[in-house]
Design a protein around this ligand. Structure first.
Ligand SMILES: [Zn+2]
Length: 572
């Protein structure tokens, strides 16, 4: 008898996105991302409800992968931010907050979604053009002959992750290490192309952050026994160590011999045959002058013993993650099967040393061209270590993006307020031709432009979590943080010394306004001049490519959400 399940019809919701329901759905998520933003952002604890590990973080990549959402709007929004993070690593919270703010502001307006989308798309392209133009006053060229701007970028990324628990001195130390590690991954020989090497993170917990260090090459964890029991190294006439890397198991286990049937003649011992084959490969490698054998999986004890007796160092179970960096830095071809062992597969190392960090022992594989490096990262506890690793990876990615696009944006909220001042200025005088092209009235255009600018400014305001307020200066359009309970406007100047990014200093005749009060719009000046750049220390900087993409994704995702009119769910 065949049972037939009747197919359920799809659930079609025609209006899941009325202004009211959209507001309700977004409010919790908006508050969540806003409260995480910036160096004083509040931490979030993620539990899985089953008693598994608890993760504490304020980073968007950790948060978004740590919770699940069911509402289609939130699914779309989180997927967009996660897509952005997959390509750029940084500025996820910025993207999420800006998108939520745009949707929130739209709800207060009396314009159609269509008009809102057309006008804000126009404003977005104005922002993009400005950010790419020579006249842009919130971006800075990167001088690769000095470490100042690159260090500022890395430090800014690390210090906006409070769960890392870094002091200023520690943040400076880790920033230098991340930059140093990044420089190791750039090939010295430009003719080899632009393939960057790898930085591997080696966890050493319960040691001081200041004990963190970068080593060229790879650190492979070994047992204590290995440490004292290593034979003297065999080197070739040039002094280099010949390396054989196996991605196949050398355990002699038949489970590793692939698929298909094995026919065994009567009286033949399969184990003995396989072991004989392993030992023959060992002999071959000894004859070829191999000094180090590295295996991704297990090496049979008899082969290990044979290699040791013949002065060859063997390291097993290094894992798949090390295969690519090993190949990159030694020039070896990982050997997938014993039959494919040949001298063409061998690579070379400059040296091999042993190192000890806390209770852990390592072989330090030192290449002649250190395109691969290991960052030994120490932090107070597991939570702080996990967070620091993600922050370092984000910073490393930001450096890679900066090499491709050699600019940085002013951070600390200054890019948002400067851009908003610029858009307020340009949109105050819109030509009839543009209004006609957008199919809207001057009044509609102004309403949407004001919402767009307020959304940008509200992202800058989210950096404030302690009841202070945010001011914007009328000269450069940068944001300034005012402590809570400050007296009237005339006394502001006493409480302000520099702007959010740290580039603009207080000067005679400078005036400020609160972000909610708008004065007559004027073109914000640029303060990015060579002299001020070289004199300003500890600038807060943002990754140019990541922030620009975040801006685009935020606006386009808001449009996508406003354009949703039906949600169709398959219930089968
Ligand atoms: Zn600034």
């Amino acid at each position: 008898m065949v049972s037939v399940d009747i197919k359920k019809p799809s659930l079609c919701t025609s209006e899941p996105l009325t202004k009211e329901s959209l507001g309700r759905v977004l409010s919790v998520f908006t508050n969540l991302v806003r409260s995480c933003y910036g160096p004083t952002g509040r931490l979030k604890q993620l539990h899985n409800g089953l008693g598994g590990c608890v993760r504490t973080s304020s980073q968007s990549s950790v948060l978004l992968s740590g919770f699940s959402v069911t509402h289609p709007v939130l699914k779309l929004l989180t997927a967009s931010v996660q897509n952005h993070l997959a390509c750029f690593s940084d500025c996820g919270l910025f993207t999420a907050i800006l998108c939520c703010s745009l949707l929130e502001k739209f709800q207060d307006l009396n314009v159609t979604p269509h008009a809102f989308m057309k006008i804000s798309q126009h404003l977005l392209s104005q922002c993009m053009e400005y950010l790419d133009s020579e006249a842009c006053g919130c971006r800075m060229p990167v001088d690769f002959s000095s470490s100042k701007i690159l260090l500022g970028l890395v430090r800014s990324i690390l210090t906006t992750k409070p769960t890392c628990m870094l002091s200023k001195k520690e943040a400076d130390h880790i920033s230098i290490l991340v930059l140093e590690a990044f420089l190791f991954t750039i090939p010295q020989d430009a003719s080899t192309g632009v393939v960057l090497g790898k930085c591997l993170y080696v966890p050493v917990k319960n040691k001081r952050v200041m004990d963190s260090a970068v080593y060229p090459g790879l650190l492979v964890e070994i047992s204590d026994l290995h440490m004292t029991n290593t034979p003297p190294l065999k080197r070739d006439p040039s002094g280099a160590i010949k390396v054989a890397v196996f991605c196949a198991s050398l355990s002699g286990d038949l489970a590793n011999s692939g698929e298909g049937a094995i026919a065994v003649h009567h009286g033949v011992s399969l184990e003995a045959t396989v072991l004989c084959q392993l030992l023959n490969s060992g002999k071959q490698m000894v004859k070829d002058g191999v000094g180090l054998v590295v295996c991704q999986k297990v090496i049979h004890p008899a082969l290990q013993q044979y290699l040791k007796e013949n002065g060859v160092v063997a390291v097993e179970r290094v894992g798949i993650a090390l295969m690519e960096p090993l190949q990159q830095m030694t020039g070896s071809q990982p050997i997938p099967s014993l039959q494919l062992l040949s001298s063409a597969c061998y690579g070379h190392l400059k040296d091999l040393q042993t190192r000890r960090f806390a209770a852990k022992c390592f072989f330090h594989l030192i290449p002649s061209d250190p395109i691969v490096c290991s960052l030994v990262l120490c932090n107070r506890n597991e939570t702080a270590w996990d967070e620091l690793k993600v922050a370092c990876q984000t910073a490393e990615h930001a450096l890679q993006l900066t090499v491709r696009d050699p600019w940085v944006l002013l951070g600390g909220g200054c890019t948002e307020t400067h851009l908003s001042s610029y858009i307020r200025h340009t949109s105050s005088a819109q030509t009839d031709a543009i209004l006609e092209e957008l199919g809207c009235s001057q009044a509609e255009f102004q309403l949407v432009a004001d919402s767009f600018c307020c959304s940008l400014e509200s992202v800058a305001c989210c950096l404030e979590h302690d009841n202070g307020s945010s001011l914007v200066d009328t000269n450069w359009g940068h944001v300034w943080s005012l402590p809570p309970n400050t007296p009237s406007e005339s006394g502001w100047s006493n409480f302000l010394s520099k702007c959010g990014c740290g580039l603009c200093q207080k000067e005679e005749g400078l005036s400020w306004r609160t972000l909610r009060r708008h004065s007559s719009p004027s073109l914000p000046k640029s303060c990015v001049q060579e002299s001020s750049v070289s004199s300003a220390d500890s600038l807060i900087l943002d990754c140019f490519a990541a922030k620009k993409n975040g801006l685009q994704v935020a606006v386009e995702t808001a449009h996508l959400i406003l354009d949703l009119s039906y949600v169709i769910e398959d219930l089968n």
